[in-house]
Design a protein around this ligand. Sequence first.
Ligand code: GCU
Length: 679
Amino acid sequence: AEDGYRLWLRYDLIKDQAKLNAYKKTVTGFIIDGNSSTLAIASKELDNGLTGLLGSRVPLVKSVRDASVIIARFPSPLLKDINLKTDTKAISEEGYVITTALLNKKNVIVIAAHTDVGLLYGSFHFLRLIQSFHDLNNIDIATSPKIKHRLLNHWDNLDRTVERGYAGFSIWDWHKLPDYIDPRYHDYARANASIGINGTVLTNVNANAQILTEAYLRKVAALADMFRPYGIKVYLTARFSAPVEIGNLKTADPLDPQVRTWWKNKIDEIYKYVPDFGGFVVKANSEGQPGPQNYKRNHADGANMLAEALEAHKGIVMWRAFVYDNEVPEDRVKQAYNEFKPLDGGFKSNVLVQVKNGPLDFQPREPFHPLFGALPKTPIMMEFQITQEYLGFATHLVYLAPLFKECLDSDTYTKGQGSTVAKVIDGSLENHSLTGIAGVANIGNDRNWTGHIFGQANWYAFGRLAWDHNLTSEAIADEWIRMTLTNDDQSVKKLTQMMIASREIVVQYMTPLGLHHIMGWSHHYGPGPWIKDKPRADWTSVYYHQAEANGIGFNRTTTGSNALEQYAQPVRNRFETLEQCPENFLLWFHHVSWDHKMKSGRSLWDELCHTYYKGADSVKWMQNVWETVRPNIDEERFSHVKTFLGIQHKEAEWWRNSCVLYFQSFSKKEIPKGLAKPE
Ligand code: GCU
């Protein structure tokens, strides 16, 4: 059945006869120089992929004379008579070349790299070229990842529930590990390798210390052994209080010698099981998690203790900056910066500070986090959320590449114009060689992995942008649609448009004009701007939207919380005045009168209503677009998406009606003419 299990690695027979014939002529046999478990995976993938796409076996050949595709590490003897156009020195360890070349007067395609993993990545890319109907006659690709550590963060618990996971239970079957290796792990690894993801953090940031016990480390080792040939390293989350919980110590104080010894021994033990263990992600002193501040130490003290023990093994610490305390009477979006800014320069060299894209929490739209560019001496890594915690879970179609790009392309101005977030995290702005990017996975044990077929596009887009943040959202959507759904040009065009628009649409029907954090308490599903009486200061109805008789919005200028002071001057200037502030961030930074005149000429109240209506109506437009591609999509996946779009439309109206009616109770103004009455 077309249930989506195969993701974008489908390899169905090419239907377009002209294309099929052209590829069959060019791709007749491939040769791989060398053998390793990684190359065996590449070979099997090419065999399956090419045979599926071309409908007849494309053999692995023994002699270069019979090969039309040559896969080899430089400086392989197979490449000695080939004049490669690319400077191999410009290709990094994981990078690769795919190019046409002449060998004994014959046209061949060369996939070359420094490492076997580079060749595996190149092989997947080569398959992708055919899957997405690229012309193979003039290809000349040389590519290396811009970021070193490209990781998925699984918020998976040991009981297989997944925090903020909407696609079933965890794919890690701890009970059957280490003996039983679910074949699904291989497909997970293939999918990741196909987009260059090279690390997986297996466990929830709200960590359970049990994962560090011997019984679990054996299970972790089995996964690590299995993932290794795919170029994927395994990482874990470390619970800061583990020395107390599983080590029988009285304290977890990071400056206590016994605690330090405990971690050192524990880390040495981990490396006995997993010799290339990647390191730890740590959430400390946030949302009730233990951390160094429990002992009056700071984040650097905590991170450095772990970093010191990991250093000997080349492991890293990814210390999260998602810290806030709802008891502190300070604007929550300011707290991470306040905590971390003074620590710059105080972290060991194998520590990265992992920062969410925005300063609040993965909202449909947030400005970039002010920590980007603010810690020049510290490698900063990005944390995106692929799972749609605040974006309709797995039933809303929201393509996230535009959200990721909006953040990556933002200019922090911390070193003058052009200091984009992307340059902060790829290390180029401050010359850091330790770089990283993480995406909170949307993967579970649903047959289609991500709950929504289009959720697969977000996993895909994350990997592609982690490799190359210069790719456009459109280009990534185009690839994904062609590989996953259809190669019909008209359909690809329409679906690309729909995907690109989908992010703005969700913002419009959930949190337009800079509104944020108005969703349901705790589960975060559906609207809840009215919520009050919750046991947290930042969850009262007035905290974020601050609606009242005169207006709405959070004043973060000098006359308010002054969160703006955490940004560089040009950014501040842009947001500071009502006149200049882009309207999509208006209510994030300003408290604005209901009568404020917007660029459209409407009052703020009217504009707010119109935007909510536009968002909900646009889901109808998405439904229509989907109908038009029906002839080119298989029935199963067509009706899956159709059904979910129906849910999305219903819920977009739920958001619209709830928010408009609730805010109307403050504005006391009419619903603008021409808009249907919300019920
Ligand atoms: C959000 C999310 C939590 C998660 C936290 C984090 O607040 O709702 O479930 O633990 O982010 O990133 O640590």
